[in-house]
Ligand binder design. Structure first.
Ligand SMILES: C[S@@+](CC[C@H](N)C(=O)[O-])C[C@H]1O[C@@H](n2cnc3c(N)ncnc32)[C@H](O)[C@@H]1O
Length: 448
């Protein structure tokens, strides 16, 4: 049997996403390792997997124009074989159409669908023949048009239209399908911006400062980042600039006691430790004990000693922590709809799965509030742009906790002054979609 190539591995990933509900990024990593793909083949495989996920509804629309059956009703792996073929024909210049069609036919045969190989051949040949004159997407219904054009489910398109209006919603949808820059956060305990930039550039990496978040660098041509010496030496952390802002907005300082309630895999704790110059104490908790190892490994690589991990359910009160922390971070579990650029398949989550989230988010926030010292800070953040997981959670919390108030903060342009909360958007702010709210526990006369 021949060794798997980029398309075979991509097919395995896409099928396991559909049949086992796997996330594309995790499934891709595992399958690349299993199939032993690296270099250009691995890059092509990733491009195909992400490209198909980003354009699935659009690909199905074009494929469906030449097929009597609905594409998403075709059993795996047939739909996935057709999507991989169509993606290469419509989006990849370097793959000749004939090669994309032939490989798809071979894949059908090799995967026990020999009878359907004629259909694969006929449909993909039609796509190729008509690629410069594809059917127009019907535009009488704007929700349906945007849904197909940008491959976002209709419910999400409707939400974006309601939040942003037609023109900006279309820009936001397009931004979700753009490649997110690879962004890292400098570890100021080990290096400086200038030294890290020079070290990365000497390895052939292209380095740019983030347009407005200090300490964040955007990298290009980094290859396998984890193989670079400055990564192994703990001189930087892979982190979106929006995530970096949490500890800055929380105002953590050296010597403070900080509780990170939903901490795994550790990004916000690490950024807080940088800001605290590794002095003071951070208790980094997560519901899942098995995720704490990632925090400990990260802290070790970055040379951070002030972080201690603990398994804890953020909804369950721990009397020993009452009023004990200068700053409490609640980086709540959320829908992740702000990171569609990095996890393109998040958009296909069923909206029903999202309804339970605000209840969990609110329960964690209500409980975390007990741990804030009078005069201390509570920061609630998510990587989503939906108000029901963001300001509606903090509005509800503040309405029932008069001892807490939102406290204004300012960020560089394009954000500027805020009244204590901000929603960041990829198309507006050049970051992940993200929400951060800063609240303070008022000092009452009776407080010590
Ligand atoms: C958005 S992620 C946190 C990311 C992390 N703060 C970082 O910057 O790397 C949310 C985390 O909350 C954890 N989680 C979910 N439910 C929880 C609960 N009830 N209590 C504590 N942690 C919870 C999840 O396991 C997940 O690791």
């Amino acid at each position: 049997m021949r060794a798997p190539n980029a398309r075979d591995t991509a097919l395995g990933v896409l099928v396991s996403c559909r049949t086992a509900g796997a996330w594309a990024d995790a499934a891709l990593k595992a399958q690349l390792r299993r199939d032993g793909l690296s270099g250009a083949e691995a890059a092509l495989c990733s491009r195909i997997v992400y490209g198909v996920m980003q354009n699935r509804l659009l690909l199905d629309f074009y494929l469906g124009s030449y097929c009597s059956q609905k594409i998403d009703h075709l059993q795996p792996p047939l739909a996935e074989i057709l999507r991989i073929g169509a993606y290469q024909i419509l989006f990849l210049d370097k793959v000749p159409d004939s090669a994309a069609v032939n490989q798809a036919v071979e894949q059908a045969k090799a995967n026990g669908r020999a009878k359907a190989s004629g259909l694969v051949n006929a449909v993909l040949r039609q796509v190729s023949r008509n690629k410069n004159d594809l059917p127009l997407i019907p535009d009488r219904d704007e929700v349906q048009y945007l849904s197909i054009r940008y491959s976002h489910p209709k419910w999400l398109v409707k939400r974006l239209l309601a939040l942003l209006g037609r023109e900006e919603a279309e820009v936001a949808l397009a931004a979700d399908n753009a490649t997110a820059p690879l962004t890292v956060q400098i570890n100021p305990l080990k290096t400086t911006m200038e030294d890290l930039t020079a070290e990365l550039e000497s390895s052939g990496v292209i380095v740019r400062k983030h347009p407005w978040v200090p300490g964040s660098l955007e990298l290009e041509h980094a290859g396998d980042l984890t193989a670079l010496a400055p990564f192994q030496d703990g001189k930087f952390l892979v982190q979106d600039p929006a995530a970096r802002l949490v500890s800055q907005i929380a105002g953590v300082r050296p010597g403070m006691r900080v509780l990170d309630v939903c901490a795994a895999p550790g990004g916000k704790s690490f950024a807080a430790a940088f800001q605290m110059e590794d002095r003071g104490g951070i208790v980094a908790c997560d519901l899942h004990e098995n995720k704490l190892k990632r925090i400990r490994e990260g802290a070790e690589r970055l040379g951070l000693g002030c972080i201690r991990t603990e398994a804890a359910d953020g909804r369950v009160f721990r009397p020993e922590w009452e009023g004990a922390f200068d700053a409490v971070l609640v980086d709540a579990p959320c829908s992740g709809l702000g990171i569609i650029r990095k996890k393109p398949d998040i958009r296909y989550k069923k909206p029903d799965d999202l309804f339970a989230l605000p209840v969990i988010q609110r329960a964690i926030l209500d409980n975390a509030a007990w741990y804030v010292k009078p005069g201390g800070t509570l920061v609630y953040s998510t990587c989503t742009i939906l108000p029901e997981e963001n300001q509606e959670v903090t509005d509800g919390f503040l309405a029932e906790h008069p001892d807490f108030v939102r406290t204004p903060f300012a960020l560089p342009d394009p954000v500027g002054e805020t009244e204590g909360q901000v929603t960041l958007w990829p198309h507006r702010h050049h970051t992940d979609g993200f929400y951060i709210c800063r609240m303070e526990r008022r000092l009452l006369r009776s407080d010590p």
